[in-house]
Design a protein around this ligand. Structure first.
Ligand code: ADE
Length: 249
């Protein structure tokens, strides 16, 4: 069972979210374990203060190292095997699908959510294994990024998605975007479902879907193609598609 443990000042925020929907079902089925510890519970201060003024002056407050360290130790002592400690920060490495897949193989993940202007560097140096950002923008705390990461990592753990194959052929598989999907009715507002999908001819359907994935990736996220796994047929198809587009432009 993969263990996720979030160190935060807002444990209800994290648990409320992750105990719902697919991650909630995985928790109830014993496939993942999600815990959240309030760092404030480890404050040595009778007011429960966990922050203090920055040495050297400047705006804002900094999280003190001791409560963070104690919260980390109490989480880590419940874990066996490899532990990765992820500090959520806009200064970290950008989170992506590949990282989600790699982290889904680690048995224990601790997420440290900072608030205020940051966390005392000494405790970060001692406990953090990975500094991770979820995008080039600044949020008010690490909770939403931790939830984003736990959601994306969980769905790569076998048994979390009901149907295992729905995580195999999806956006970012092979570094391509997913093909378009259709369901009933066959005609909506005068627009029909693509003919090939009604044909029952699986080879043709697979070919059509692959081509749509290639087209979409080229149109919406062309930079992904540099690292995509492409066959000779894929490359030829893309070349023709690009030529055709340039002719029409
Ligand atoms: N904390 C604040 N902003 C963040 C971001 N973009 N990613 C991760 N953690 C953060």
């Amino acid at each position: 069972m993969t263990k996720f443990h979030v160190l935060t000042l807002f444990p209800e925020m994290v648990l409320g979210c992750l105990n719902e929907s697919i991650t909630g079902r995985a928790v109830r089925n014993g496939i993942i374990d999600v815990k959240a510890t309030n760092i404030r519970d480890f404050s040595e201060n009778k007011h429960g203060h966990v922050d203090d003024y920055p040495y050297g002056g400047g705006a804002g407050m900094v999280m003190r190292p001791e409560p963070v360290y104690r919260a980390y130790r109490s989480a880590a002592c419940e874990m066996e095997g490899e532990i990765r400690v992820i500090y959520l920060t806009p200064q970290g490495r950008l989170f992506n699908q590949k990282m989600a897949e790699e982290l889904s193989k680690v048995p224990n993940l601790i997420f440290l959510c900072g608030h205020y202007e940051g966390v005392d560097e000494r405790v970060l140096d001692r406990i953090v294994t990975d500094h991770v950002s979820v995008g080039d923008y600044v949020l008010t705390g690490g909770e939403l990024p931790a939830m984003v990461m736990i959601d994306a990592i969980s769905r790569k753990i076998p048994g979390v998605l009901g149907n295992d194959s729905s995580s195999e052929i999806e956006t970012f598989y092979d570094n391509l975007l997913e093909y378009p999907q259709y369901t009933r009715p066959e005609v909506f507002e005068g627009e029909s479902v693509p003919e090939v999908l009604l044909s029952g001819h699986h080879a043709n359907i697979d070919k059509w879907r692959r081509e749509k994935s290639l087209e979409r990736t080229y149109d919406k996220r062309p930079e992904l193609l540099a690292d995509a796994r492409l066959s000779e047929a894929d490359r030829r198809y893309l070349e023709r598609y690009i030529e055709e587009k340039q002719r029409q432009a």
